[in-house]
Structure formats: C-alpha cells, structure tokens
Design a protein around this ligand. Structure first.
Ligand code: CA
Length: 228
C-alpha cells in the first residue's frame, strides 16, 4: 500500500479511467480524474500531485501538449504517458515533451502499478544547481539557458541533452551516455536521434553567437567546450 500518494489521471475513456482509479485506490493512492487535456493541465497546475498518468490521445489538448506546457512552466511532477499503440505516435515528439515514462495501451494493470510506484519513488527528475560552461549558463530548475546573457529557448529534450553535456563539460560524452541520461526511461529506438538534438542545439546555442562549442568527436561522442 502507498498511503498519501496523490495521482492525477488524465483519460477521456471513462470506463478505463474508473477502472484504473478504483484499482489504484485499492492500493492506497488518492486519484483525481480529468477527462480532457485542458482540464488535466488546469488540475495539474492548481493541485500538487505525486504523479500524473497522462493519455496521449485526448480531446481539446493532447497529452504531448499538456506535458510540454507543464515542463515549460517548471512543473516537474513525474509523468507517465499512455500511448495508444507502438508506432502510431511521433516518437521524436513523444521524447521531446519531457515525460518520465511511457506505457503502451492496452497495458496490464499490474505493470501500470509497478511502473507508477517506481516513478513516485524516483520522485521526478533531478533538479541540480545551475551550471556554467564559458558564457553558457544552464539552470535546470527553471529549465533556462543563456548564452552571453541572452536567453535561448530550448525544448525539454534539447535541454536534457545540453544538461548532460554540461555536467561533463570538456569531456567526451558518448551517444549511449547521452541516451541514458537524457532519455531516462528505457529508450530502445534509434540512437541516431541524439544527432538530431545535437544539430538543433548547434542552431540555437552556437550558430547565432558565432561559436562552435558543441564538438563532434568522431566515433566517440560529443564534447561541450567553454572556450570555443
Ligand atoms: Ca484517449
């Protein structure tokens, strides 16, 4: 039993929502249900939850948008996304939203419970202190990035990749390490997704400032330099 844990379930399929709610209630979770994305976003913003179970396909505002907006607002409540079917959603977009875990429908209730417990125990993403690499400042708590005092807008996943590199500034970080650190759920897709994010980061933190701080080390990985 997990007493005192409060979960928000955002799911428009009433029967499924009620089933999951009663199952979780038996385990000691207090569960609120939101029936569409807009209501879910509002409830997640107004209340404090230990975890959010968020369906992707929702009326009014889809699960990706809800997740992204919460992260952009600095809300780090652990989020488990319920995806309709493998391959039916845009994987890059899903990875980009800042969710902590994913579960494909139809799912086993036992698996949902186990993963939810693990998510609550983990307590969301880590919120370490600001990092400085040359004139680049990275503030993970506010998910903000500045280059020479200028605010640079990054998506949650771009931010996660940059943060992983900044934590080991001046060192080569392998693609596998970046995947492990920035995709903290079990990601078994194409590791070349990392390259997509590296290119996006270069367009944002380097090119406009005439820098080349994000270095590709062929066959080894990537390095973030403070002086380039
Ligand atoms: Ca749905």
């Amino acid at each position: 039993m997990v007493w005192g844990m409060r979960v928000l379930l955002v799911e428009d399929e009433r029967r499924l929502a009620e089933l999951v709610k009663s199952g979780l209630a038996d385990e000691g979770f207090a569960v609120d249900i939101a029936c569409d994305g807009t209501e879910g976003l509002w409830m997640a913003t107004e209340n404090s939850y230990d975890a959010i179970v968020l369906d992707v396909m929702l009326p009014r505002l889809n699960g990706y948008a809800v997740c992204r907006r919460l992260r952009e607002a600095g809300n780090w409540t652990p989020i488990m996304m319920l995806t309709a079917k493998d391959g039916e959603y845009d994987e890059a977009e899903a990875l980009d939203t800042g969710a902590d875990d994913f579960l494909s429908k139809p799912f086993s209730y036992v698996v949902l419970l186990a993963r939810l417990r693990a998510l609550v125990r983990r307590g969301g993403r880590e919120r370490p202190v600001s990092l400085t690499v040359g004139d680049l400042t990275i503030d993970p708590a506010g998910m903000r990035c500045r280059r020479a005092g200028t605010e640079v807008s990054l998506t949650p996943k771009e931010f996660a990749v940059l943060h992983a590199l900044a934590r080991r500034a001046g060192e080569v970080v392998s693609k596998a390490d970046l995947l492990a650190q920035a995709w903290d759920f079990a990601y078994d897709g194409d590791p070349s997704i990392v390259e997509v994010y590296i290119s996006a980061l270069r367009r944002k933190i380097d090119a406009p400032f005439g820098r080349s701080s994000l270095v590709t080390v062929r066959g080894a990985g990537y390095r973030l330099d403070g002086h380039r």
